[in-house]
Design a protein around this ligand. Sequence first.
Ligand SMILES: Nc1nc2c(ncn2[C@@H]2O[C@H](COP(=O)(O)OP(=O)(O)OP(=O)(O)O)[C@@H](O)[C@H]2O)c(=O)[nH]1
Length: 670
Amino acid sequence: MQGNRAVNEGNSAASFDDDLGCLLHELPLPVLVVRARQGWRLLYANDAARCHFGLVGRVVEQDLLQLVGDSERQALEAGASALIQADLTETKFAYRGGSGKPPCEAVLRRATWQRQPAWQLTLIPQQDAACPGRASFYEQMFNTNPAVKLLIDPVDGGIVDANDSAVAFYGYPLDVLKQLNITDINCMDPDEVRAGMAKAESCQQLFFEFRHRLANGEIRDVHVYSGPVLLNGHEYLHSIIVDVTDEKRYYAQLEAYNSLFHNLPVGIYRHTAGPRGHFTAANPAMLRIFEADSYPALFAARVSSFYACPKQIRAFMADLKRDGAVVRRPLRLRTMKGRLIHAEVTAYRQTEADGTAEFSGIVEDVTAQHAAQLNQDRLTHLLDASPDIVAIADAEQRVAYINKAGRELLGALPEALPDALATAHPLWACRLIQEQGIPYALEHGHWYAETAVRTCDGEIPVSQLIVARRDENGVLDSIATIMRDISQAKRYQAELEYHAGHDPLTGAVNRNRFIDLLTRERQKAHRESKPLSLVMFDIDRFKHVNDSFGHSVGDMVLSKLVRTCGALLREVDVLARWGGEEFMLLLPDTPLAGAVTLAERLRRAVEKENFSPVPGITSSFGVAELGPDEPESQCYKRLDEALYRAKDEGRNRVCMAESAEDVAEQPKAR
Ligand SMILES: Nc1nc2c(ncn2[C@@H]2O[C@H](COP(=O)(O)OP(=O)(O)OP(=O)(O)O)[C@@H](O)[C@H]2O)c(=O)[nH]1
């Protein structure tokens, strides 16, 4: 290839084809290319021609006719006019060669040079055929050349000769190779091969890309430089074959890498070192990330101008001091439009042979991820500050997130939601969530109910919201839950309910609640055909207690009475303060006799109780069984009358009320 350069220097380097030059440069015959019909202005001269015509330096546009003697000029002009007038593609004429040069046969051919019509002039010394020196020179060059060379008969494509490099390359012995036709080793259609040979012979095309088959069957990509040579009076095609298989593979790979880098969404760069360091290579993603209008704009800017903080660049460069050390850092960068971005930069430093340092790396714009992460951090911060338990499970019901309150209350949960539910909730709540909550939320979006969670201190009631989220395709994406500890609210509610239904002094049920409970119990008794009895009682001469010991002692007596009586009652019995020092007992599933027995037991208990400082506290009782259809007001009246009787008969006693039937039968007072 160095030879090509020598040829190019004397011609138009930009327009001269390296491959053609390689071939023509080797020709021992002077070859010239001149502009057709334009006064023999030179376009090209090979080394042999330069030598023949004494050309030095740049030859393009020199007038050939000025360089030759009269007789040669006349010969050339005659040849040209023969070519033009007879409209030939080629003409041959005698050419003297000038002083000290052998007479030649000149071959003037129509040719194309850089897509323009041109004439190619080849001088063949006349004594060449008879000159064994020239032939042996050519042969020597053919055989000793390390390039793979074939000599081909342009008429039938037979391989006439091959040099040692060709024998080694194709893998056939020379004699076998010489038996072959060029179409035997060229993978292309034989007609196309022959058409190529014709073009090479007429110098229309001298460079070809072929695929050649070797003796071992392997197929190699080759570049073929082929052109006519005259040897011992015969014209042959002289072909130089260059194996470019590996090069092609390398370029294909390089192209693949290039397109990979070109299309990567991350920026890839190379930049020089130092305070004036600037980018020297970048892929399109770099332009996008740094909002640069063009490569020149990006390359013109100093690398340091892209760093938002000078301290960061110093620290980063210090980290990159060691050659080969790959450093990845999150950096705050500034685009060419002044926008601040978050980036992850991975870089390394390389020291060139001349000692200069360069940096290469990858820039990932993570601004969007950073913003998303920030949002997530803020959300996590908020959720962690919440006293509510917040947990999220993915579509596979694996717990993906649980906030601080949840972690503290429940400890580390197992990964799978069903297992986590079983751990977090008591069995009943777990069933409720699995059987109702999740299916309902999947169908309707969300489900809300009161459930409970298990803690080390036991079960706490929670209000629970379950939200099912679906993705854009309607497929379940996640299940989230928020649980709020409602134990406090529950306590308040219970307290409220208690106060609404109980007497604050004694803790006995109040009159309103009693009436409610009586209604409920009556229905139950009716349904189950069970008896229901009521007992009305009060403290004897309680006014005297108040008067003698004061109101607070009176209150104490009332409270103690409730405690004393309450202790003797069943769970289902209801003790109510009916008003003042009057009380009422509701005794489910109790006939009149049972109620009387209980009342008697209570009377004795009160009598025995120590109400210090008040001595001798007693109580009187009226007992009645509620008739199945008896109005409650009538039963109260019966009780009142029975109690009155007990008082009347001397107090500290139990009196049965008149039966409901008897009362019903009495004629109504007018
Ligand atoms: N200390 C106190 N006294 C109450 C309360 N409610 C009612 N009393 C008093 O209870 C007394 C009831 O008196 P009376 O109805 O005359 O009945 P008594 O003195 O018990 O006489 P008998 O029932 O006939 O034995 C009144 O003096 C009321 O002021 C209360 O909550 N606390």
